[in-house]
Each structure stands twice: as C-alpha cells, then as structure tokens.
Write a protein that binds this ligand. Structure first.
Ligand SMILES: NC(=O)c1ccc[n+]([C@@H]2O[C@H](COP(=O)([O-])OP(=O)(O)OC[C@H]3O[C@@H](n4cnc5c(N)ncnc54)[C@H](OP(=O)(O)O)[C@@H]3O)[C@@H](O)[C@H]2O)c1
Length: 217
C-alpha cells in the first residue's frame, strides 16, 4: 500500500476507534486521532492504542490538515458546523463520510437525509468537498472494534475514482467479505438506507452486529 496518513475526525468515538483499530492492526499506516479536545484524543491513545504509539497521533481536529485521507465519524447533525472552519484545506483531501443521518428521537430509527440526498452529496454540494466518498455506514462499531474477521461486505461510493481506489485498498486490509463499489455519490442514499435498516434490525433482533453481504449467484 502506498504511504499515506489517515486522519479521523471524531476519532475518540465508537466508530472512529473501530476504524483506527482496523487500520493500525492491518496496515503500517499512521493514524491521526482528531478531537475537539486534544487531551481527549491523548487519553484515547494512551488507554487504547499504546501498543501502536509510533503510528498513532492524538491531535485537535484543526491539525488534520496533515492527513491525506480523512474519515468523518462525527454526528451528522454537527457536520456542517464542525467542517465549515476547515473547509478551504479539506477540499483537497480524500474525505470518507461514515455518517448516518438517522433520527432516534421517536425510538424507531428513521433515515432523515439532507435535501441533497445523502451526507456525501451534501459535503460535495454545500462545502465543495469534491473528493468525498462514502463508506462504513452500514457496519457497526462493535464489529469494527472486535478482533473478528468482518463477515459482511464493505460498501464504498463516490465520484472520484482515484480516491475510491485508495480507500478500497485501505478497506481491503480490514479484512472483510469483500469491498463492494456501489457507484457514484448518487448511490449513497441506498447505503444510508441500508445502514438504517441494519440499525433497525439490530434493535429488533437483539442479535449483535447486523450487516449485509453481497452474494453473486
Ligand atoms: N456507532 C456505530 O455503530 C456507527 C456505525 C456506522 C456509522 N456511524 C456513524 O459514525 C458517526 C459517529 O458515531 P459514533 O457511534 O462513533 O458516535 P460517538 O461515539 O458519539 O462519537 C462521535 C464523536 O464525534 C465527536 N463529536 C463532535 N461533536 C459532537 C457532539 N455534538 N456530540 C457528540 N460527539 C461529538 C466526539 O469527539 P470529540 O468529543 O473527541 O470531538 C465523539 O467522540 C455518526 O455519524 C454515526 O452515524 C456509527
């Protein structure tokens, strides 16, 4: 895999830690754990990633400028507010949107996408992040944080083919039951709807991590 630095905005949360763990364990890449509070990121590194101390860097989100690929694992309803101050330099980065615009307030998870159609399309259209991709929306943090092989497909979507190939290389290391490119950014609503269904099923069935696997028969 070519040398690059991966950053995670929201790296102190469940999904961010799971992605960090998979990358540190299965590649030799360096991961920057971003937080609104650098001390919080430092605490996460010392408590959970000490064994990788030479390749994991706790930082404030503003320092993600040093990363080539940036995963977004922040709440979807905070995204615009959090990204706006950094938008000039974020426009040149490969952005990996992992956010699900799901409303839990009624007790039943409901997909509430932005008017652009999905979070990724919103990042492209509203903030000008043309290299935005979507991934890891339909896979739970619990399985990412485990030591198990991921018996699910990992879906990716986005318009920038070169950026997508870079992301696919990272995801193939996890390892999982294949990485499936579902197409351009216009396909992301299907991924978010799938993620909402996975969340609903995991609520209803109470059988641990729910996900999907593409089978060609
Ligand atoms: N959990 C899953 O299984 C899963 C699966 C697929 C996708 N996702 C998506 O991944 C994103 C993160 O989910 P998560 O479960 O990892 O959430 P989480 O554990 O709450 O982590 C979110 C992180 O975002 C940062 N943040 C920024 N503004 C915040 C705010 N107002 N309130 C709370 N946190 C804020 C926090 O980092 P700092 O305080 O360090 O800044 C926090 O650690 C969401 O968009 C979710 O839809 C989650």
């Amino acid at each position: 895999m070519r040398k690059m630095t991966v950053g995670i905005m929201g790296g102190t949360g469940h999904q961010g830690k799971g992605i960090t763990k998979r990358i540190l364990k299965n590649t030799d890449l360096t991961v920057m754990i971003g937080s609104r509070l650098k001390e919080k990121a430092e605490r996460v590194v010392s408590e959970e990633f000490n064994e990788y101390s030479s390749r994991v860097v706790p930082i404030h989100n503003s320092e993600l400028r040093g990363a080539d690929v940036i995963f977004l694992t922040i709440p979807s309803n905070q995204a615009i507010e959090m990204l706006e101050p950094y938008k000039e330099w974020l426009r040149s980065k490969i952005i990996v949107d992992c956010m699900n615009p799901v409303d839990f307030s009624s007790g039943t998870p409901i997909w509430k996408p932005p008017k652009e159609g999905s979070m990724t399309q919103m990042l492209i259209e509203r903030l000008g992040f043309s290299r935005s991709l979507a991934a890891l929306k339909a896979i739970g943090a619990k399985i990412l944080n485990s030591d198990k092989k991921i018996e699910q497909s990992l879906f990716v979507a986005g318009d920038d083919e070169e950026a997508k190939n870079t992301l696919i290389e990272i995801l193939e290391s996890f390892p999982a039951s294949g990485v499936v490119d579902i197409g351009s950014a216009s396909s992301v609503p299907y991924m978010e709807a799938m993620a909402t269904l996975a969340i609903r099923l995991s609520f209803q069935k109470k059988k641990g991590s729910v996900g999907f696997k593409v089978v060609y028969q």
